[in-house]
Write a protein that binds this ligand. Structure first.
Ligand SMILES: Nc1ncnc2c1ncn2[C@@H]1O[C@H](COP(=O)(O)OP(=O)(O)O)[C@@H](O)[C@H]1O
Ligand SMILES: [Mg+2]
Length: 253
């Protein structure tokens, strides 16, 4: 496998085009577990999305490169990400927001009892935080515990970078964070990502989701301190102040 044509680079990964396929390479041998977990999660979601109008790259192979790094080979999805399209056509950003909501609601219409639970992951992340005090952690965990359990397909990181729209359809990528869970938690997470990266469209996104799904805005907002705290585990210095402010908001007006 000759990895020459780099398509994208993420925190711990590189994605190459190779022999008409996409190869997602994990940068360190120690990321074996992450690679295998991502491949399994992606394969599980595939079994559900066959019944959906949405598409995704299917896993073709999991392998170890000669240098010991782990890699997932999957379908190569041609075309631009929604992130690139928004940046190229800022005047059409509202249309892409509406599309994002449509995609997310279609995902939430799928049930995924096979995946791990989003609530368990959020609780684990909050418990592991060293940056907030024990009282705050207790408040967040109590709030999380009181939230309704659902088994909807939650992508966990649905954002414009993880969507490619081309002539063959709408493709959703990057399934490592997918879980079964509550749609409003998933929406809270997307809203948070939008507030940090595309602040000009974040409010439209939240309003659109709430209107289309008949969900009260306060209900999504009740998840925000929880998803903000969970995001702190990534330890990204530029996000810290923003997330800490969200954690402290108890009730939104
Ligand atoms: N199967 C694929 N086909 C085409 N491009 C892909 C594919 N998988 C990933 N990419 C590109 O690589 C980028 C990073 O991959 P992704 O799986 O989202 O990793 P990360 O976890 O770093 O966000 C994507 O935003 C997309 O541009
Ligand atoms: Mg991604």
């Amino acid at each position: 496998m000759e990895l020459k044509n780099l398509i994208a680079r993420g925190d711990n990964i590189e994605v190459y085009e190779c022999d008409g396929k996409a190869v997602k390479v994990f940068n360190d041998k120690k990321l074996k577990e992450k690679c295998l977990y991502e491949a399994l999660t992606q394969a599980r979601v595939e079994t559900t999305l066959v019944n959906s109008s949405l598409k995704m790259p299917t896993v073709q192979e999991v392998s170890v490169l000669p240098d010991g790094r782990w890699a997932i080979t999957m379908d190569l999805i041609k075309g631009k990400t929604m992130d690139e399209l928004i940046k190229e056509n800022p005047s059409k950003a509202d249309l892409y927001v509406d599309k994002l909501v449509e995609i997310q609601m279609e995902l939430h219409s799928q049930y995924m009892p096979l995946l791990s639970k989003l609530k368990d992951k959020l609780a684990r992340q909050i418990k592991s935080l060293g940056t907030i005090d024990e009282i705050k952690k207790y408040e967040l965990l109590t709030r999380l515990d009181s939230m309704p359990k659902h088994i909807k397909l939650c992508h966990g990181n649905l954002a414009p970078q993880n969507i490619i729209i081309n002539d063959e359809g709408t493709f959703v990528l990057d399934w490592v964070t997918a879980r079964q869970g509550n749609a409003s938690a998933d929406v809270g997470r997307t809203y948070l990502v939008l507030c940090m990266n595309y602040p000009e469209i974040a409010e439209r996104y939240l309003n659109k989701f709430c209107n289309e799904s008949g969900t009260s805005k306060r209900y999504v907002q009740a998840w925000l301190p929880i998803v903000a705290a969970a995001q702190l585990v990534r330890n990204i210095p530029s996000e810290k102040d923003f997330l800490m402010r969200w954690i402290d908001v108890v009730d939104y007006e």
